[in-house]
Design a protein around this ligand. Structure first.
Ligand code: ADP
Length: 311
């Protein structure tokens, strides 16, 4: 049976004056899956997401279209608001109110009757492991708890689509992993997820399909594991000692090992671990890191820049 397509985007572009923030992007998202837009600051991820939920209009063109569960965000912004939950970069929680009050205000906004809202809020707080925090003031919550509360708020109207704009930026790794686990569970329950992130690990952990963006363009697209397997050598040697570089470069050239520079760190890429191990023979253990390649390496290969480098 063919997959149900939740979001279908054809040739979407957005300009701000002379700046092309998103250039001719096409992608589709099956229901109950997660698409992740991965790229550095300024790549056009948020703009793409804003076009999907109607916060900004795509450029008008005959061959350009966006469908979100059958609705066009230009004509049916309100319908999309009702079927989507948005976790934007700012928490926008009312610090004067407690957890439940913050959520009840939102429930009112979505016209959810109090007798329905209350059990739903309890269930969602429990699900996001905030069950003890019903009456807590917002300022008593840690950064990770506030983020989880914003996710609860986005789930309040029982959305079919969850939009996550950099959901775990600034959180510590443990909290980040806990949030990723919840998002995976929500996906299993049938939610479609649209994610922007500049953390390759986040895309790897929760996206079924990743669109790697750079300067408004799609650089690569595919399941994260496939993208890594197909687009880059298996192993990387990061050289941490610059005075050893010239010698290593010579050795690498003889073995056809690719060399790239990222933020002053020289990287050597090879399909075989042994080839890289041979390069390290004259180095001390603290002079290098030898590891599997990842999405960050793919981005570097495709664009010549690191994901978190200034553009
Ligand atoms: P990302 O989410 O990948 O960080 P954005 O979509 O926020 O990227 O931005 C893409 C480009 O568009 C950037 O150069 C940004 O400065 C520009 N941009 C975004 N929103 C606006 C706006 N409202 N007005 C003018 N320029 C904007």
């Amino acid at each position: 049976m063919p997959e149900n397509i939740a979001i279908d985007v054809r040739n979407a572009s957005k300009c701000f004056g002379n700046l092309v923030a998103v250039n001719n992007l096409t992608f589709s998202v099956p229901e109950s899956s997660c698409i992740g837009f991965l790229g550095p600051n300024g790549a056009g991820k948020s703009t793409m997401m804003h076009m999907v939920y109607g916060r900004c209009r795509r450029e008008y063109r005959d061959d350009s279209s966006i469908s979100v569960f059958g609705y066009d965000p230009v004509d049916d912004e309100l319908a999309i608001k009702y079927l989507a939950g948005v976790v934007s970069q700012d928490n926008n929680l009312d610090t004067e109110l407690n957890v439940t009050q913050n959520l009840m205000i939102y429930a009112k906004f979505y016209a959810i009757a109090p007798h329905e809202a209350k059990p739903r809020i309890s269930r969602l707080l429990e699900f996001m492991e905030l069950g003890e925090k019903h009456d807590a003031r917002i300022r008593e919550l840690s950064g990770g708890m506030q983020r989880r509360l914003v996710i609860v708020r986005a789930l309040l109207n029982e959305p079919r689509l969850l939009i996550l704009d950099e959901p775990t930026t600034g959180l510590d790794p443990q909290v980040r992993h806990a949030i990723w686990e919840k998002i995976r569970q929500l996906k299993k329950q049938g939610l479609t997820v649209l994610l922007t992130t500049h953390y390759m690990e986040e895309a790897f952990q929760i996206a079924d399909n990743v669109v790697i963006m750079h300067k408004g363009e799609r650089v690569l697209e595919g399941p994260p594991r496939d993208v890594v397997n197909e687009q880059i050598e298996n192993y990387v040697l990061e050289l941490l000692r610059s005075d050893a570089l010239e010698k290593l470069k010579e050795k690498a050239q003889r073995k056809n090992i690719r060399n790239e520079l990222s933020r002053d760190v020289s990287m050597f890429y090879a399909q075989s671990l042994e080839d890289l191990q041979q390069l390290t023979e004259t180095l001390a253990p603290g002079d290098f890191i030898l590891r599997h390649s990842n999405l960050e390496d793919v981005f570097l290969k495709a664009t010549g820049r690191g994901l978190n480098e200034a553009q």
